[in-house]
Write a new protein. Structure first.
Length: 619
């Protein structure tokens, strides 16, 4: 320390402090606007301390309204942030502002920089150096402060952020701290009142104390997550939801959470929107939950708070226990985050279960909007897998379009001799209902889940079984349709010979040709072998890998031996096994099955052959 005048003291920053300031100004913060958040946060802390001390001590200005006041001079590019909080003495200025806040800060920052790691992602805990962020935007900073102690003298602290700082006595009748600074030319945007208001609304809207910009109070929305649920009006919830989500409509429902536990206390207010975004599967681009620390925004889209399949939720999580990086811009991976994530996931799933059991209309509104995303949790959240399965809903062959059932309801409605749960996947409901493989099930009144949501193709097969009952695609060859002693087989010598003709003509196009037990009205159908992919999944894989070679799996051709066309072919075969018309009809029947599946590429050949067969038939 050196004496500048009899009343002004000059201090030099130690080398480590100069290095720290250089890192903060040039490398640390991703968004310079956070300087205002840090100053407001510090002011709020000072006001909280004053409020606590007023309860037990006789301090300066006791009983005055507590507030933060911000002033902007656009012409001079000056900004000031003032509070009437606890203030500081001269020694506190030296201890709190003039030195590195905590040991290890500089060493950690320097090592990260040397390793080429981005400092905005540094996981270094709460080192309390937020005040210094003001030097990102300021040429010079002035602190005018007076401690709440009645006999304390006011001081003025001045620094350019380089070399050192000065402290001198001043006249200041009231307690508190005022931080004033001239903005750098590249930061003059912060001299615009509208820009300051925008930053306050974004980061500090829920601060404990009123924040005034000039004469206008900026933070008008209450931190409802901190209040008792019974004291919050529905209209206030809607206003709060619209404020944090920018949604034009009221939410479908909400969840109020307050957890007090050692090392993982938090409060949350979570909303489920009524409408899904335009592209639901790009939900990662949408903002979900805001993360606050003591009402100060840390992240406006904290992706670690919820699993991907629940990121349609909007809301706020506030915790005092979360380790943060030095700039408060990136949360540290920690047991606290894991605990919050686990708790929120469980409570959201419990809320959805309650809707599903007690308010099916509300639940189906949710499911129809967010089901495609929600279902993906089945293959990513193995801890809650069973809970998600119970919340799945599907259309079925027994229900009208738009009506859904659960797997539990399906099992309750199974026929007495039915041992498997059946499903059919396809592009849409109309195609599914016209699929030949559904004929047997319609005739025997056996329910089939109809899956037209592309996500279902990846979800349902992974369940494998429910209530100890296998889940099978009806396009699979190995279905347990009826007990063997009730099957009236048609595979006599003639049918075996005709099936042999099918195998000979089609060759490598099929895995096998067999007599069908599932067809009623159609002549032929293609089914997948035991180890083959679901046809719809195979199509999707080809679309997703259109630039790559995705091999087509050979399928089994099932032939309805009772169909009139097949019986006519049997008659022709008996008359002349070498009849050319037989081969044409076999190829045409196969291509018709491929056409129904949507995979026929040789349409011109199909039409030419059909014309030839018609010519033969009309001789």
């Amino acid at each position: 320390m050196t004496e500048k005048t009899s009343s002004t003291k000059t201090f030099e920053y130690k080398a480590e402090m100069n290095q720290l300031l250089h890192l903060i100004v040039h490398s640390l913060y991703v968004h310079p606007e956070v300087f205002l958040r840090e100053l407001i946060s510090n002011a709020s802390d000072a006001l909280n301390k004053a409020r606590c001390r007023e309860l037990t001590e006789d301090i300066l200005d006791k009983g005055k309204d507590l507030a933060i006041r911000i002033s902007v001079d656009k012409d001079k590019q000056w900004v000031s942030v003032q509070d009437n909080g606890i203030g500081m003495t001269e020694q506190e200025l030296i201890d709190n502002i003039g030195t590195v806040a905590k040991s290890g800060t500089l060493e950690f920052l320097s090592r990260l920089k040397e390793e080429g790691k981005p400092l905005d992602a540094a996981l270094i805990g709460q080192f309390g150096v937020g005040f210094y962020s003001v030097f990102m935007v300021a040429d010079e900073v002035v602190i005018e402060t007076r401690s709440a102690q009645k006999d304390a003298l006011a001081c003025r602290w001045v620094s350019s952020g380089e070399g050192g700082f000065t402290i001198e006595p001043m006249d200041k009748p009231d307690r508190g701290t005022k931080i004033s600074f001239k903005l750098k030319d590249n930061a003059k945007e912060f001299a615009e009142p509208s820009r300051i208001k925008e930053i306050i609304t974004k980061y500090s809207n829920f601060a404990d104390f009123p924040i005034f910009l000039g004469e206008e109070r900026v933070n008008t929305v209450r931190a409802l997550w901190r209040e008792s649920q019974s004291e919050i009006k529905p209209s206030e919830l809607q206003e709060f939801y619209k404020f944090i989500s920018n949604d034009y409509d009221a939410p479908l429902g909400h969840l109020h959470v307050s957890i007090e536990s050692v090392g993982a206390s938090f409060k949350a207010l979570i909303f489920i929107p009524k409408h899904a975004p335009f592209n639901l599967m790009q939900i990662h681009e949408q903002k979900s939950l805001h993360l606050y620390a003591n009402k100060i925004l840390i992240q406006d889209d904290c992706k670690d708070l919820l699993p991907e399949y629940l990121r349609f939720c909007k809301g706020v999580v506030d915790t005092p226990d979360l380790p943060l990086n030095v700039s408060r811009e990136v949360t540290q991976s920690s047991p606290v985050m894991a605990k919050i994530r686990s708790t929120l996931t469980t409570k959201i799933l419990t809320l959805l279960k309650s809707w599903a059991n007690k308010d099916q209309e509300k639940y189906m509104t949710f499911y129809k909007n967010f089901g495609p995303l929600f279902k993906t949790g089945l293959n990513t959240d193995f801890i809650n897998r069973d809970k998600i399965i119970e919340l799945l809903r599907f259309e079925s062959s027994r229900k009208k379009p738009g009506e859904f059932i659960s797997l539990k309801q399906y099992v309750e409605g199974m026929k007495e001799n039915q041992t498997e749960i059946y499903y059919l996947s396809g592009e849409d409901r109309t195609d599914l209902e016209n699929n030949p493989n559904l004929e047997y099930f319609k005739k025997n009144n056996i329910e089939v889940l109809l899956l037209s949501d592309p996500v279902d193709v990846f979800i349902v097969p992974s369940i494998q079984e429910y209530d100890k009952k296998p889940i099978k695609s009806i396009e699979k060859a190995d279905l347990d349709l009826l007990p063997q002693d009730k099957i009236e087989t048609k595979e006599d010598n003639l049918s075996k010979s005709l099936l042999g003709l099918f195998k000979e003509v089609l060759g490598d196009k099929i895995e096998d040709a067999v007599a069908s037990r599932r067809l009623v009205d159609s002549a032929v159908t293609l089914v997948t072998g035991k180890d083959g992919l679901d046809p719809q999944m195979e199509k999707m894989m080809r679309r997703m890998n259109k630039d790559l070679s995705v091999p087509a799996f050979k399928k089994i051709l099932e032939v309805n031996m009772d169909h009139p066309v097949v019986k006519n072919l049997s008659r022709l075969y008996l008359e002349n096994p070498s009849n050319p018309l037989l081969r044409k009809c076999v190829e045409q029947l196969y291509d018709s099955a491929v056409l129904i599946e949507g995979d026929l590429t040789t349409t011109s050949e199909f039409v030419r052959r059909m014309t030839e067969i018609m010519e033969e038939a009309t001789k």
